[in-house]
Ligand binder design. Structure first.
Ligand code: GLU
Length: 281
């Protein structure tokens, strides 16, 4: 089987050294095995993504010397495909509308005895809207109440039936515990689909066989396997890599303007030097 990897940045800022390291990691895995390397722009969040960042990402990767196979997939151009997945899960009774505001969830979480956060740091939803009747849901939606769509994770686990796991490079199989997340959002009130839904849909559609990304996203893989199993999508292998850290030991983030590839380039750094820095840790 030929290997297919991808780099899937969200254009919410310019690429920094950490992204360069991640892109190079995926690119090398593909190129060294004679496989394919894909580029995907995960620009599903209209409140944070900007076209100038998307253009900047393509320019910075090309400057770095990375080439990708086939056209760039731009998620915002495929909303109907994500909608179809939501509809399919909805028809199976696995998705429900959630009318709670963030403040209401915070209040409820504070009152509940359960652990407040999911493994990815998000608030663990206590399931408030799961029990609303079909009539109540319909009338609130008809009245124009803003709502998100959540996955009923316990029902989804029951439907899948068998325990899930994933193959992580160097660690063997990791058993999935998607219930730690609570009922995750699959479509936000202000964004048509969530990261979890789009990333799993696209990895399946694009035939990605090895998902490489930062270790910070490893917890999300527990959920991704659940979505893959529900939708009958193939299971890729996974390789979550270490994150680059700055001189004070903090992970690099988009707020660290000095480490952006454009800033380094403006200072006279060559692509070779940046590749060296990105692979230095
Ligand atoms: N778009 C995600 C990000 O920029 C990465 C998605 C992934 O590699 O799974 O954090």
């Amino acid at each position: 089987m030929s290997i297919v990897t991808r780099f899937a940045p969200s254009p919410t800022g310019y690429l920094h050294l950490g992204h360069a390291a991640s892109a190079l990691f995926a690119w090398r895995q593909a190129r060294e095995a004679g496989g394919r390397f894909l580029l995907r722009l995960e620009d599903i969040d209209p409140t944070r993504c900007r076209p100038e960042y998307a253009a900047g990402i393509l320019e910075d990767l090309a400057w770095l010397g990375l080439d990708w196979d086939g056209p760039v997939r731009v998620q915002s151009e495929h909303l109907a495909e994500y909608r179809a997945v939501l509809d399919a899960l909805g028809a199976r009774g696995l998705v429900y509308p959630c009318f709670c505001t963030r403040a209401a969830i915070q209040r409820e979480v504070a009152e509940a005895a359960a652990a407040p956060h999911a493994p990815d740091g998000s608030l663990r939803y206590p399931g408030t809207c799961r029990g609303l009747s079909a009539d109540e849901r319909r009338s609130r939606i008809a009245a124009g109440a803003p709502h998100a769509l959540r996955l009923d994770v316990e029902a989804a686990i029951r439907e899948v039936g068998t325990p899930l796991s994933f193959a992580e490079a160097g660690r063997g199989r990791i058993v999935c515990t998607p219930e730690q997340f609570g009922d995750v959002v699959l479509a936000r009130r202000d964004a048509p689909a969530s990261y979890h839904l789009c990333v799993t849909h696209d990895d399946a559609l694009q035939g990605v066989t090895l998902v490489t990304r930062g270790i910070d996203l490893l917890p999300a893989t527990h959920l991704h396997r659940l979505l893959q199993a529900l939708m009958g999508w193939p299971e890729p292998a996974y390789a979550h890599h270490r994150l680059l850290i700055d001189a004070s030991g903090r992970r690099l983030a988009k707020r660290d303007r000095a480490a952006t590839l454009r800033a380094l380039r403006a200072e006279g750094c060559t692509p070779e030097a940046v590749r060296g820095l990105a692979q230095s840790q």
